[in-house]
Design a protein around this ligand. Structure first.
Ligand code: CO
Length: 215
């Protein structure tokens, strides 16, 4: 059986099982959405937002792209943010990166000439890596450098989001969180909680977490 056919059969099974477990589930789903969270994550197939947080349809408004970048010049990113903040009025924006990110790793390597779109997308990552070159050079292994850059990237996207007019315009702006997912254990590390007092604590605690990850 080919993959799409298998997926369609799985869809029928899921729809039946879901309706069986909760008879009103699809009635509620059809009435509209009111997710409290905007998730900005990597397009990587191994980090599906709903699966790794045990969330349901309707819980998360999701935007995924290579290396979970917030790009103010990109209409796709900006339309998602605009709709999430102004219409859905989400309470939280979560940027979730992941260790072992191919997009982040690629930004530390010579660019591949057959991936012009990817190269353009990850250009801000290359610049971020340059800004942190001294810290990154302390790691011998490329993978360790990429993992630290993945963390720095999450924090950079959080910083950009927190100062963006769309995020700041509401009387009670959504809290912007920075998370990173570990492929090896399925657990999420919080790099920026969205709560100012907790972030101060985390800023001083972050170094040991990173050196463990990089080991
Ligand atoms: Co990735």
């Amino acid at each position: 059986m080919n993959r799409p056919k298998r997926m369609l059969l799985e869809n029928i099974a899921w729809a039946h099982e879901t309706a069986h477990a909760d008879a009103q589930f699809f009635t509620r789903l059809a009435q509209g959405q009111s997710p409290k969270v905007l998730w900005i994550g990597c397009a990587d197939s191994r980090v599906p937002a709903e699966t790794v947080t045990n969330a349901n349809p309707g819980d998360l408004f999701v935007h995924r792209n290579i290396a979970n970048l917030f790009s103010p010049s990109d209409d796709n990113t900006m339309s998602v943010l605009e709709y999430a903040v102004r219409v859905l009025k989400v309470d939280h924006v979560i940027v979730c990166g992941h260790y072992g990110c191919g997009g982040v790793r690629a930004s530390l390597l010579p660019q591949s000439s057959d991936l012009p779109h990817v190269n353009r997308r990850i250009a801000p990552l290359c610049a971020l890596g340059e800004r942190h070159r001294h810290e990154l050079d302390a790691f011998d292994e490329l993978d360790a450098r990429a993992n630290r850059l993945a963390e720095l990237n999450v924090l950079e996207q959080v910083r950009l989001l927190r100062q963006h007019a769309i995020v700041c315009e509401r009387d009670e702006p959504p809290l912007v969180h920075g998370w990173i997912f570990g492929l090896h254990d399925g657990l999420i590390n919080v790099l920026a909680s969205g709560y100012a007092d907790e972030d101060e604590t985390r800023a001083t605690e972050r170094a040991p977490i990173t050196s463990l990850r990089a080991a």
